[in-house]
Ligand binder design. Structure first.
Ligand SMILES: NC(=O)c1ccc[n+]([C@@H]2O[C@H](COP(=O)([O-])OP(=O)(O)OC[C@H]3O[C@@H](n4cnc5c(N)ncnc54)[C@H](OP(=O)(O)O)[C@@H]3O)[C@@H](O)[C@H]2O)c1
Length: 274
């Protein structure tokens, strides 16, 4: 598994069934943009599956560093997909609601046409297309707004601001489904274990659609802090364009458990409130 120190990689590591043997890599032990290193690692270990949780995830940063975003999110993914295919291995990869332009205003399903608005979304879509073409045994899980107690997460930023009594400006006109990292990790493990023949694209998110503003207020309220510190702004005040509506739904009849948003926020905040 790549990206093992990232938010999602960390949760997969924590929740992994005991009978799985995991080879966990980070950007130092395996830079996925280096095809020779990718091939050496996969040929050397011959795993049953390659799980890619590595990615360039800084949405604003991608606008100024599109080469890096594409190198990691497109070329790096292609490297892994090619090498996995060469060795006859399945691969699990993660993608995003930001492949859509947000103009549908009803939940996006797997067969909906993508049309990303920003560089991050474009680089992730390029990774999807390259991975699916390079390896027929590819499963790509699109998700959105993943949260946890990770110190670099939206939840942590909101909590820290509110705890210090600072006002936060949060967009009220972008709707998405916040996804609890532990639910996602469990869903990924279940998809690999119980649905070994599943291929292509599948959507998985938390069960509630919210604006970022409403999500921030829920975090602040759950922490017992003052919700008046959260101020609603309009997306025109944001530096880069993002989809206004990126709720995902699935055409698959596969039940994967999700926590209530309240329980998931509480569990994530417990790391800060302890
Ligand atoms: N977070 C979300 O809301 C969200 C939503 C939809 C989709 N996704 C997708 O889910 C995946 C994981 O997200 P996350 O939230 O776990 O992100 P994250 O916390 O930013 O972790 C990403 C990891 O990628 C690793 N990485 C970066 N460049 C690399 C390279 N060249 N070679 C190898 N590893 C590299 C980093 O490793 P180091 O720590 O070693 O630098 C980092 O740990 C990404 O593909 C993202 O696009 C995330």
């Amino acid at each position: 598994m790549t990206g093992a120190r990232g938010q999602i990689g960390t949760h997969i590591r924590k929740l992994l069934p005991e009978d799985w043997e995991l080879i966990a890599t980070d950007s130092k032990t395996l830079d996925i943009t280096n095809m020779d290193k990718v091939e050496q690692m996969i040929a050397g270990f011959q795993p049953d599956i390659v799980i890619n949780t590595a990615g360039y995830t800084h949405v604003e940063g991608a606008e100024n560093d599109s080469d890096k975003a594409f190198a990691i999110n497109a070329q790096g993914v292609l490297n892994l997909a090619r090498s996995a295919d060469k060795h006859g291995l399945k691969m699990l990869h993660l993608s995003t609601d930001y492949v859509f332009d947000g103009t549908k205003y009803t939940p996006y399903v797997e067969s909906d046409y993508p049309n990303p608005l920003n560089i991050y979304g474009k680089s992730k879509l390029a990774g999807e297309v390259a991975a699916l073409a390079a390896n027929p045994d590819m499963l790509i899980v699109r998700t959105s707004g993943v949260f946890s107690s990770a110190t670099n997460s939206f939840l942590a930023a909101v909590f820290n601001h509110a705890q210090q009594g600072k006002t936060l400006s949060v967009v009220g006109d972008q709707i998405f489904c916040p996804t609890y990292a532990a639910d996602l990790a469990n869903a990924l493990i279940t998809l690999v274990q119980d649905y070994p023949k599943l291929r292509g694209l599948i959507h998985f998110t938390g069960g509630v659609a919210l604006s970022w503003y409403d999500f921030a207020r829920k975090i602040v309220a759950t922490a017992g802090l003052d919700t008046a510190l959260v101020e609603k702004i309009d997306s025109t005040q944001q530096p880069i364009v993002r989809p206004k509506y990126s709720v995902l739904a699935s055409e698959y009849d596969i039940r994967l458990p999700v926590s209530s948003i309240e329980d998931a926020i509480k569990a994530s905040l417990s790391a800060f409130l302890a």
